[in-house]
Write a protein that binds this ligand. Structure first.
Ligand SMILES: [Mg+2]
Length: 413
């Protein structure tokens, strides 16, 4: 749609962001938990990957090891993540968003952008009315709440959706940008992390208002092109369009500094687990599969070691990825080394729907197996350790017979 002549709305972009998405998904199928704190756990249940607002208020953070979280909130419900289910809820949400505008960017499993230009005529409503319609439709049809921000650029829309969470709507037309920026902080700007914030402080830029009033040359010198893009976007000039047609990427990576230099294996594994969770989620959301993953550990002196795993067939199965990562860490980790960063990279990416049909049998089995593992896990959590286990996982000789099946079989004890 062509942008309008309305001076307040030269362009209209909505950002829709589900509120504590993974936890909200669990509440959809476990309504008995609504109103009580819920935390979602990563593979091997090592750390928290999502939580409800009350768990957050108690101090539980994403990435926190479960034993720390349990100290803060022993009475919370801790559930294993079920990315297949979250993927289904996500698809449902995006199918609703697409009704409001065909020009949509799926940004992550629970966030998307819509180009709303021209939709006021179509819906005979202002953007606020449309935003509330979107919010109510998702809540009614999917059972989760979302927050919606509408503004004239991508960055402002994203900051607007964050402004009034959960279940809120924030509209920022051109004439309101200044007022909106006065109520936000540098750390609220998407793309300004801790490091960039420190660099900006050195240039005497302490708030978003300082940022937009600064000379663009200074921003360029400090943050480069990423900085000038932000500068224009925050001033209301759209320079970052929507990615409406996602290309198949060559690789998908999740890497980060650990924020400390450590030789602690648990810390490293916990960071890698979080990266793996995010990577798997991104693959599932974008319906992509990988045939090769590489992990790397960067040492204190900035040299790094890496290991790769090639899969027999393309996968985005979280357990498969996680299992490979655990194996590779064991291979790479040296207790007397100091590590500063780690990451995971998926390569040989293909689209799930373009993958050869004979591979689908394997992939279906993969998905089923993941579902089964989670069910077993849940039962064990409820009724005690090893009430139910996989037949392939017999480890105790006192069971007194050989394992005849190498496919998963539930045994109750
Ligand atoms: Mg969200």
């Amino acid at each position: 749609m062509p942008p309008s002549n309305d001076p307040d709305w030269p362009n209209a972009i909505a950002h829709i962001d589900a509120d504590c998405f993974f936890a909200s998904c669990e509440l959809v199928r476990r309504p008995e938990l609504i109103g009580s704190p819920v935390c979602i756990l990563s593979s091997q249940d090592a750390c928290i990957v999502a939580k409800t607002y009350d768990a957050k208020a108690a101090g539980i953070k994403t990435g926190m090891p479960i034993w720390d979280a349990k100290k803060l909130m022993p009475h919370a419900t801790y559930l294993s993540a079920d990315f297949r289910f979250y993927g289904l809820i996500s698809e449902k949400m995006f199918s609703i968003l697409r009704r409001y505008s065909p020009d949509m960017e799926v940004y992550s499993i629970d966030e998307g952008f819509l180009d709303l230009n021209g939709t006021r005529l179509l819906w005979k409503k202002d953007y606020k009315g449309i935003a509330h319609d979107i919010r109510r439709a998702v809540e009614r049809e999917v059972g989760i709440t979302v927050s919606v921000g509408v503004s004239v650029t991508r960055i402002l829309a994203k900051m607007a959706s964050e402004y009034n969470k959960p279940n809120g709507v924030t509209i920022v037309p051109c004439s309101m940008i200044q007022l909106f920026l006065e109520r936000t902080e540098l750390s609220d700007i998407t793309g300004i992390g801790r490091n960039r914030e420190v660099m900006l402080h050195k240039c005497n830029i302490h708030t978003p208002v300082d940022f937009v009033n600064a000379d663009v040359a200074i921003i360029k010198q400090t943050l480069g092109k990423a900085g000038t893009d932000l500068w224009h976007e925050l001033r209301g000039t759209s320079v970052m369009g929507l990615e409406l047609h996602a290309q198949t990427p060559k690789s998908v990576a999740r890497t980060a500094s650990m924020g400390e230099v450590t030789s602690n294996r648990k810390t490293i594994v916990s960071h890698l687990t979080r990266h793996t969770t995010r990577l798997a989620t991104e693959l599932v959301t974008k319906k992509l599969l990988t045939k090769r993953i590489t992990i790397f550990l960067r040492m204190k002196e900035f040299n790094s070691v890496s290991a790769k795993t090639d899969f027999e067939y393309p996968t985005n199965n979280y357990f498969r990825l996680s299992h490979a990562v655990q194996k590779m860490v064991t291979e790479l980790y040296q207790p007397d080394e100091l590590y500063r960063a780690c990451g995971i990279v998926a390569e040989k990416i293909s689209k799930a729907e373009e993958t050869q049909p004979d591979l689908f049998g394997h992939m279906k089995a993969d998905a089923k197996q993941a579902g089964l593992l989670l069910t077993v896990d849940r039962i064990n959590k409820r009724y005690g350790h090893e009430s139910v286990k996989m037949a392939g996982a017999f480890s105790k000789p006192e069971l007194g017979r050989n394992v005849r099946f190498n496919y998963p079989l539930i045994m109750a004890s």
